[in-house]
Write a protein that binds this ligand. Structure first.
Ligand SMILES: [Zn+2]
Length: 511
């Protein structure tokens, strides 16, 4: 094991940071390499106290020594031939969406012209989707992924992230950071000149997505329409789109480029590209924030990334950006009284209804790119009985912010809502918002891509820096968090080609 050149900065003296038992260090905990036996890669619980240490080496060793491989089975599964990939399952029922929606205009390849990576792509995707990883419970999929990447010749490191509500005891979760460090020399493509990698890479382009998913778990299934897998074959399951399709397509794209015949981009690829798969995107973005914070603590500071490609479902279109978000609680305080004598009380519910009516009708900001700022009244409660004037009402709203800039856009909207509440009643309301953000713009100026904007949040704003940001990935967000999350083999394969183009484009434009 080599000492990373990207050294861990001295521990922060900020007590808040020290309160975490997890060292959120850059790439600190475990530096695996292909020379380690694969069976040594999975992780058992490390003692939190060992991770508080400024030096991470003991923690890494402790981890390594505790390793036992529980995932051999999955590794084997992942290597199964395609014929064994298709599980027994229910055939699609009539009310399920057709494998090839009409509006779809992807360039499908026939089974006859299936890309050479089809089997490995589908196998990787299946393994990822099959492992439940609802936010908080990302340990197992992270372990599997590290194992897989190391098996493919990558160097991988774990970056532990503080547990969340869903994190089981003893199953710490972590971001996976990997780079093409372990390819053997002399494989004939020049892609794997890993011997020069005497420690930490200095990547120009980062490929990233998230490994957590929303609940509930939905098992993996792949339809067998007819007897062969084609580009129209549908795959279902939780995370099949968001975002394990992106994870699988990103890895496959990079692999394919690394092993491509053309030597010109390959050397730059293996030197300049890094993979980052984070936890907690679906809840708080703690994984990406931890990574971002770790960069800020590095001493000396790392060279800034030139570009970061974020994998999220964008229907294989290049997203010009996404709306911002703001989540707020509104409490109205009134005075309880008998409902027959309403003038003796003050109805908190009535105040809330009148205020929300105005908030919903108000212009909270529009832009050409993102349209209107929209408000969802997501939770509404108040009062105790039909014959009592309510003294308290409580509401949670979720705002999708159509205006920028990223840093202040949400504050503009928050101030507008505050003004409306003050106009309705200048003392009845308490209004508190989470730290929101305005609309997030990404670079969508790449030849040969259709473009799109999306209304959901991503990890894009959680990674600080001036890098060029690309947001792209397979699948449709409209099915992503639903009971029928699905995509076709063709869409997944199209994404591999899209990522390949984006990676090369980003490297070409790297500064
Ligand atoms: Zn996602």
């Amino acid at each position: 094991m080599q000492v990373p050149t990207w050294k861990l900065a001295a521990s922060s003296s900020d007590p808040d940071e020290l309160a975490s038992p997890y060292q959120l260090s850059p790439f600190p905990i475990l530096n695996t390499s292909h020379s380690l036996p694969r069976s040594a890669i999975s992780i058992t619980r490390a003692h939190p106290s060992s991770m508080r240490a400024t030096s991470f080496a003991p923690a890494a060793l402790a981890l390594l020594l505790q390793l036992t491989l529980a995932d051999q089975q999955q590794q084997q599964q992942q290597q199964q031939p395609l014929s064994r990939l298709r599980p027994s399952h229910q055939p699609p029922t009539a009310d399920e969406p057709s494998p090839l929606p009409k509006q779809q205009h992807h360039h499908h390849v026939d089974a006859a012209s299936a890309p050479p990576y089809r089997d490995s792509l589908l196998s990787l995707h299946k393994s990822l989707v099959s492992i439940e990883s609802i936010t908080g419970n990302e340990n197992e999929v992270g372990r599997w992924l590290v194992d897989y990447l190391v098996g493919r010749g990558y160097a991988a490191e774990l970056q532990f992230v503080a547990p969340s509500d869903g994190t089981p005891e003893g199953k710490e979760r972590f971001n996976v950071v990997a780079w093409p460090g372990g390819h053997d020399e002399g494989t004939g493509n020049g892609a794997g000149r890993s011997s020069r990698r005497s420690g930490r890479a200095d990547p120009r382009v980062v490929l990233t997505s998230h490994i957590d998913v929303v609940p509930p778990h939905i098992p993996y299934s792949i339809s067998d329409d007819g007897d062969a897998i084609t580009s129209r074959t549908m795959i279902k399951g939780r995370g099949s789109v968001d975002a394990k399709a992106s994870v699988a397509a990103i890895i496959t794209a990079l692999d394919d480029l690394l092993h491509a015949d053309s030597a010109s981009p390959a050397s730059s690829l293996s030197d300049d590209v890094m993979l980052l798969f984070v936890v907690d995107e679906e809840v708080a973005g703690a994984g990406m924030r931890a990574f971002s914070d770790s960069l800020a603590r590095m001493d000396p500071p790392p060279r800034p990334f030139s570009a970061v490609i974020f994998g999220e479902p964008t229907e294989n279109k290049l997203a010009c950006g996404h709306k911002g978000a703001l989540f707020c609680d509104i409490t109205a305080r009134g005075v309880a009284a008998h409902s027959g004598y309403p003038w003796l009380g003050k109805s908190a519910n009535e105040l809330m209804v009148r205020a929300l009516d105005r908030v919903l009708d108000a212009d909270l900001g529009t832009s050409d790119l993102f349209g209107n700022t929209t408000v969802n009244v997501g939770l509404f409660e108040g009062g105790v009985a039909g014959n009592v004037i309510p003294e308290r009402a409580f509401v949670k709203i979720g705002v999708r912010v159509a205006i920028g800039p990223q840093k202040q856009g949400a504050k503009v909207v928050e101030d507008k809502i505050q003004r409306i509440l003050d106009e309705v009643d200048d003392e009845a309301f308490t209004f508190t918002c989470s730290q929101g953000y305005g609309s997030v713009e990404c670079n969508c100026d790449v030849p040969d891509f259709d473009t799109i904007t999306v209304n959901y949040g991503t990890d894009v704003p959680n990674l600080a820096g001036n890098h060029t940001r690309y947001l792209y990935g397979p699948g449709d967000i409209l099915v992503a968090h639903g009971a029928r999350e699905n995509l076709t083999v063709g869409v997944l394969e199209e994404a591999v080609e899209g990522y390949k183009k984006l990676i090369l484009h980003a490297l070409d434009h790297a500064q």
